[in-house]
Write a protein that binds this ligand. Structure first.
Ligand code: PRT
Ligand code: ZN
Length: 283
């Protein structure tokens, strides 16, 4: 039986549970329960604050955990990072008041920087040879400059709107983060086999989330050109249409390439292009 530590509430909770559900693992949504057993896979979910997850997995109380990479980096926990989960994306950045004219890292020399991530910040400042004073604050870091506790902040940024609302400007992006799956480093052979099964499912799921399935009608004369545009997993599927000289072309592409590819395909005569989400990709 595996045990996976999940954030009990907060930004990673919903997407962690949704990911488990998408890979066929149903667990009860936390109400006041700390642990809930899945009926569909030998795993139970342990609901915790995100700050506690690295430690609980490093100690083996949980075999697996879903947590922000920023937490692992800050806590320096001894865990294996198994895969990135492509949600909870954010960055840890330095920000200064908008009124300051910022001209490079030297600006921070002698300044007070408020943060909940002192270890990552201290490492960064040391690497860059900047002598600043790190003020540890747990929560509402962004108001520190306005109330005079600090001159600048080092905090999580996602859309950037919290910084703007507090009259701050992001000046250095230091660490890129997203949710990751972590594991206790000393799993038994039986646990490893279960974890591999889970990883296989998760990879199929996370890969499919950034893919699109495309199908279109195409003049046969443009086929070679279209195949160059759409390399697909092995090669695109081509089927004849009832109308002579035309075919139907099917392919899977990276979602980020969608609009570029659609423009190129239209330029060589593609018509009736359908774009669909991909539920799973089993490679
Ligand atoms: O109660 P618990 O301790 O479990 O939760 P928490 O309050 O400590 O963490 P939570 O739920 O806020 O965040 C959990 C994890 O989500 C973080 O460790 C990150 O890995 C990830 N994450 C992704 C974020 C954000 N995006 C995010 N935007 N965590 C926090 N924020 C906050 C940030 O602190 C700032 O206040 O959102 C604000 C900035 O957002 P923007 O969009 O205005 O830039
Ligand atoms: Zn927390």
């Amino acid at each position: 039986m595996l045990r996976i530590a999940i954030q009990s509430k907060g930004r990673l909770n919903e997407e962690s549970l949704a990911l488990l559900q998408d890979i066929g693992i149903e667990v009860d949504v936390p109400k006041r329960k700390l642990v809930s057993k899945s009926q569909t896979f030998p795993i139970e979910a342990l609901y915790l604050r995100d700050d506690d997850i690295p430690h609980v997995v490093a100690g083996g109380t949980a075999t697996l955990g879903i947590v922000g990479l920023n937490e692992i980096e800050e806590k320096g926990a001894d865990v294996n990072i198994l895969c990135r989960l492509r949600f909870g994306a954010c960055r840890l950045s330095l920000a200064v008041p908008k009124s300051e004219s910022y001209n490079g890292l030297e600006w921070f020399t002698g300044k007070r920087i408020a943060t909940s991530y002192p270890n990552i910040l201290n490492r960064f400042l040391k690497e860059r040879g900047i002598a600043a004073k790190v003020e540890i604050i747990t929560g509402s870091v962004e108001i520190a400059p306005a109330v005079g506790i600090a001159d600048a902040i080092f905090d999580i940024v996602s859309s950037g709107s919290t910084l703007i609302a507090n009259g701050l400007q992001e000046v250095e992006s230091v660490f890129e983060s997203e949710a990751v799956l972590i594991a206790y480093p000393d799993l038994t052979e039986e646990e490893k086999a279960l974890v591999n099964d889970l990883l296989f499912r998760i990879e199929s799921e996370t890969v499919s989330r950034c893919k699109k399935y495309l199908l279109m009608n195409l003049p046969e004369i443009s086929l070679d050109e279209a195949i160059k545009i759409l390399p697909a997993m092995r090669s695109p599927t081509v089927m004849p249409l009832a109308t002579k000289g035309w075919c139907s072309l099917h392919s899977v592409i990276d979602a980020s390439d969608l609009w570029t590819k659609v423009r190129q395909l239209k330029a060589i005569g593609a018509e009736g292009i359908l774009v669909m989400d991909v539920d799973k990709i089993i490679l």
